[in-house]
Design a binder for this molecule. Structure first.
Ligand code: CUA
Length: 178
């Protein structure tokens, strides 16, 4: 028996593992390209215990009266939200279709997640970090904003609502601010 001998069974397993790896990489690549699904890459820290204050890291971006849908200096739509046991704040947001939207979210307490069905929005909200996602909704409708990381006994009841309206019917409410 020479040193290069590979048992036939071993060979079969090498092929199976290679096929399995290629298949899983292809699936990831397919969804990244076709459905625009990527792991969020934003790294920005924030002091989760001081979200309600102007001081500290973050400087009041997530103060209660600043939450909601607004336009930034460049005129782009930004949704600022807090995730906390057990809800998303504000609980309902209204956004237009076919418009690039940036979501900026922070957790007030523990690890949460956010998932909007029929969209590419699905990410973790890690305490101590700002979650930033860019998305654009194509279809109108009311969708739930679901927490998809187990965060405690109220996890299953943790959700918000997103109301996607036609672009031409969208204007910022009085409650929102620019
Ligand atoms: Cu928040 Cu599960």
């Amino acid at each position: 028996m020479d040193n290069h001998y590979i048992d036939p069974l071993e060979k079969k397993w090498i092929v199976m593992v290679a096929v399995f790896l290629l298949a899983s990489w292809s699936i990831i690549l397919y969804y990244a390209i076709v459905d625009d699904i990527h792991p969020p890459s934003n790294v920005e820290v924030i002091d989760s215990a001081r979200l309600h204050l102007d001081t500290g890291v973050g400087g009041g971006e997530f103060r209660e009266d600043k939450l909601g849908v607004h336009r930034n200096k460049e005129g782009n739509l930004v949704v600022t939200m807090v995730a906390a046991r057990y809800g998303f704040y504000p609980q309902t947001i209204t956004v237009p279709t076919k418009t690039p939207i940036t979501f900026r979210m922070a957790s007030f307490d523990v690890l949460h997640g956010v998932h909007i069905p029929f969209s590419n929005m699905n990410t973790m909200i890690v305490p101590g970090y700002i979650t930033e996602i860019h998305t654009e909704f194509q279809k109108t409708g009311k969708y739930p904003l679901l927490c998809d990381e187990f965060c405690g006994v109220g996890h299953a009841a943790m959700y918000g609502m997103i109301n996607i309206v036609p672009k031409k019917d969208f204007h910022l409410d009085k409650g929102d601010h620019s």
